[in-house]
Design a protein around this ligand. Structure first.
Ligand SMILES: [Zn+2]
Length: 160
């Protein structure tokens, strides 16, 4: 699975054009400080690596090399999928789930204007302060999707 969508690795991060997920802590430098002026050849000083880099690492790893450990989930990702998460079985979006190439936000707490979600603050085309959907995070990182079936919220807009 590719976790770098549409940009060569030299461009990450930052990039406002795509999602880049550094899913694994760098096995070479995440537990130690680098010497001043020295850059880790695996993570290029980021401290974490993409799935593609991890796959390459695993093909070259030798016995005794440090194991891969998952990077922390960012604090703006919902802790668990909502009962009406778009990534649950039976969700209205089940046949056409939101693409993993761009961030997808949880609708809970988002204002609705004329039947559409209407965030009140934006930055770089993204709703400022909105929480990232936990189901989307699972899809984007290759985790299992939420197993429990979709249960609609009472008003259809995520409000209990
Ligand atoms: Zn490193």
């Amino acid at each position: 699975m590719t976790f770098i969508c549409g940009v060569p690795s030299a461009e990450l991060p930052p990039s406002s054009n795509s999602v880049v997920i550094l899913r694994w802590l760098c096995p070479l430098c995440s537990d130690q400080d680098q010497m001043p002026g020295e850059e880790c050849g695996l993570c290029l000083g980021r401290g974490a690596i993409t799935q593609d880099t991890a796959d390459t690492w695993l093909t070259m790893a030798e016995p005794g090399d440090p194991p891969l450990r998952p990077a922390p989930v960012p604090p703006a990702v919902m802790r668990s999928p909502c009962r009406d998460c778009a990534f649950r079985p039976g969700a209205p979006e089940e046949d056409e789930q939101p693409p993993v190439e761009r961030p997808f936000y949880c609708h809970h707490g988002m204002p609705v204007v004329n039947g559409a979600y209407a965030p009140t603050a934006w930055a770089d085309g993204k709703p400022l302060g909105a929480m990232v959907c936990r189901g989307w995070w699972a899809a984007a990182t290759g985790e299992p999707l939420p197993a429990e079936a979709y249960r609609p919220a009472n008003d259809g807009w995520g409000r209990p």
